[in-house]
Design a protein around this ligand. Structure first.
Ligand SMILES: [Ca+2]
Length: 86
């Protein structure tokens, strides 16, 4: 597998890996998101607590206290656009 299908599979596997850790398997809690960022985001090292807080509220578009797959994908897409421009 390569190209876009491969990228999509990684996106989905990463989400599932962390969303499945506690509570609802279809959403990321703040703790799960923190762990995801620490382990999977190679940029700028581990974000501090305040950074995670503001990050989380940015991601949680509908403000229901958890990040669902749609919100996560929207974030990754935005991040990809930023990296593409640089
Ligand atoms: Ca949400």
């Amino acid at each position: 597998m390569s190209g876009i299908p491969h990228a999509m599979a990684i996106l989905m596997a990463t989400f599932d890996k962390y969303a499945g850790k506690e509570g609802d398997k279809t959403t990321l809690t703040k703790a799960e998101l923190t762990e995801l960022l620490h382990n999977e985001l190679p940029v700028g090292g581990a974000p501090d607590k305040a950074a995670v807080e503001s990050f989380f509220s940015d991601l949680d578009n509908d403000k229901d206290g958890v990040v669902d797959f749609k919100e996560y994908v929207t974030f990754v897409t935005a991040l990809t656009v930023i990296f593409h421009k640089e």
